[in-house]
Design a protein around this ligand. Structure first.
Ligand SMILES: [Zn+2]
Length: 76
């Protein structure tokens, strides 16, 4: 079964359309059983909607995003 770290990564990948059918099934099984990840997904959806409306000049570059994600991974 997918763990919470894998589930949060899958939620991010799903938003980018990079999740396979099997990964989506595994994610949905995890979300049914894990309320914190379900909440993360709900918050992620809200943040994604907000970011879609943010002008490009205020968005982070991919390298900055990866730096943040790596820092989070180090802290978890
Ligand atoms: Zn979880």
């Amino acid at each position: 079964m997918m763990n919470c770290k894998e589930a949060t990564r899958a939620i991010e990948k799903k938003a980018e359309g990079k999740l396979s059918f099997w990964q989506r099934v595994q994610l949905n099984v995890h979300l049914v059983m894990c309320k914190p990840c379900w909440r993360f997904k709900a918050h992620w959806n809200i943040i994604s909607l907000f970011l879609e409306k943010t002008p490009a000049k205020h968005k982070l570059s991919n390298s900055d995003k990866n730096l943040i994600l790596n820092k989070i991974d180090d802290e978890i």
